[in-house]
Design a protein around this ligand. Structure first.
Ligand SMILES: *[C@@H]1O[C@H](CO)[C@@H](O)[C@H](O)[C@H]1NC(C)=O
Ligand SMILES: *[C@@H]1O[C@H](CO)[C@@H](O)[C@H](O)[C@H]1NC(C)=O
Ligand SMILES: *[C@@H]1O[C@H](CO)[C@@H](O)[C@H](O)[C@H]1NC(C)=O
Length: 382
């Protein structure tokens, strides 16, 4: 450990012990569930390629509903709003509520053989592997545990991309999902605007510059960088919120200041560098395609110099698309385009508020009024 690291550590520790942190910032999914009135179970799912994923369940009498999180996020995202969160709302309504975790995040940072701290191959994954390995393992686990033949699924952001990969590459899973409710559906990024479009263009350069440092994991919980980030964002919450807004759209009313200390202790969580790069490629190439390894690498893996598109014609599951007017990541025009591509869109819902951004689908403080009635209606209907 270098001198600067030690100094940072001292600053972090002294500051952390002094600041007042809300209780919910420190609680995990199970503890939050308990606090808001439901005992939760923790299940372990092992994928066919050896990743060990934690799956949370709040048991209920109604059919199973799966919740799947976005990029560098985890199951907590659906419960950190406490009584106003989607997980607690579904549990209160009696749904058998399951919250999944994709490989790499703090609840899924284990493998039967690989060590995430020392084996770089552990981090060789993006939404492709989440969709191809993690999601089917989670779905099969839930169906086996409940005896149901189908489940209903709700995804946010990358949680939707994972589904698009699954349904197009393993079409047999289309029948296991009764309906996918896709919030901030993420497949096409043809309408990105500055600054995001500029960041995307810089992506390959940043990637090249950082590659020699072999940083394959970003935002590891407990790491020094993460602790510094957390502490910085607890103290400069509005500044960090502004960074989020630059990426996903501006809506300070729904993401009020008091909530930020809780949010920034749960988000972001660990994820792979490759996961970010794959999204960068979607933005640059404006296609929903597999990972681009460069001409030679692609030729070896795919038999073509270009990475193949995911074939969304195969994605036949019933899908409800939810879009936000102020969502900079999933522009309304891109969601509209996706709507024309997907074979089985049963509902397209543009959120009523003009300011609805990418995060309001999971963290917006008025979700019980503005979002959940639509979701509950779809869960009843399908
Ligand atoms: C959540 O917290 C409880 C209580 O401290 C602990 O027993 C449990 O192992 C934690 N779960 C996970 C997945 O970290
Ligand atoms: C959550 O809501 C329930 C039912 O309205 C209430 O009894 C409980 O006190 C609330 N919990 C917290 C921690 O606010
Ligand atoms: C995509 O899938 C459809 C339906 O199975 C098939 O007809 C079509 O040929 C596929 N397209 C490509 C490019 O593979």
């Amino acid at each position: 450990m270098s001198i600067t690291n030690i100094m940072l550590l001292i600053i972090v520790t002294s500051v952390t012990t002094n600041s007042l942190i809300p209780e919910d910032a420190r609680l995990n999914f199970t503890e939050l569930s308990m606090k808001y009135g439901h005992s939760a179970e923790e299940h372990i799912v092992i994928t066919e390629d050896g990743y060990i994923l934690t799956l949370f369940r709040i048991p209920g009498k109604k059919p199973p509903v799966l919740l799947l999180h976005g990029l560098n996020d985890c199951s907590d995202t659906f419960i950190i709003r406490g009584n106003s969160s989607l997980a607690i709302t579904l549990a209160n309504k009696g749904y058998d509520t399951w919250a999944g975790n994709a490989r790499g995040n703090k609840y899924a940072r284990q493998h039967t053989k690989l060590n995430p701290d020392t084996d770089l191959t552990f981090w060789d994954h993006s939404f492709h592997e989440h969709g191809y390995y993690d999601l089917p393992a989670i779905i099969d686990y839930i169906l086996h545990a409940t005896g149901h033949e189908t489940l209903k699924s709700i995804g946010h952001s990358e949680g939707t991309t994972d589904h698009f990969v699954l349904g197009s590459l393993r079409p047999e899973y289309n029948e296991k999902i009764q309906i996918l409710i896709a919030m901030g559906p993420s497949a096409f990024f043809k309408h990105l605007t500055p600054p995001l479009s500029l960041i995307i263009e810089m992506g390959p350069l940043l990637d090249q510059v950082s590659r020699p440092f072999k940083i394959e994991e970003l935002f590891r919980d407990g790491s020094l960088e993460k602790n510094v980030f957390e502490e910085f964002c607890s103290r400069n919450a509005v500044f960090c919120r502004e960074l989020l807004f630059q990426v996903g759209g501006h809506d300070p009313k729904r993401l009020e200041r008091d909530f930020l200390p809780i949010l920034f202790r749960h988000f972001p969580t660990s994820g792979s560098r490759k996961g970010l790069i794959h999204y960068d490629q979607l933005g640059l190439r404006k296609r929903f395609a597999k990972f681009d390894y460069g001409a030679a690498g692609n030729l070896k893996r795919y038999g073509h110099t270009e990475p193949p598109d995911y074939n969304l014609t195969q994605f036949t599951m019933k899908t409800a698309l939810f879009a936000g007017n102020s969502d900079l990541l999933c522009d309304v025009k891109d969601v509209g385009y996706l709507r024309t591509i997907l074979p089985n869109v049963v509902e397209y819902h543009l959120m009523e508020s003009k300011r609805w951004n990418h995060y309001d689908f999971v963290w917006g403080n008025d979700m019980p009024k503005t979002l959940y009635p639509h979701i509950l209606k779809l869960l009843e209907k399908f």
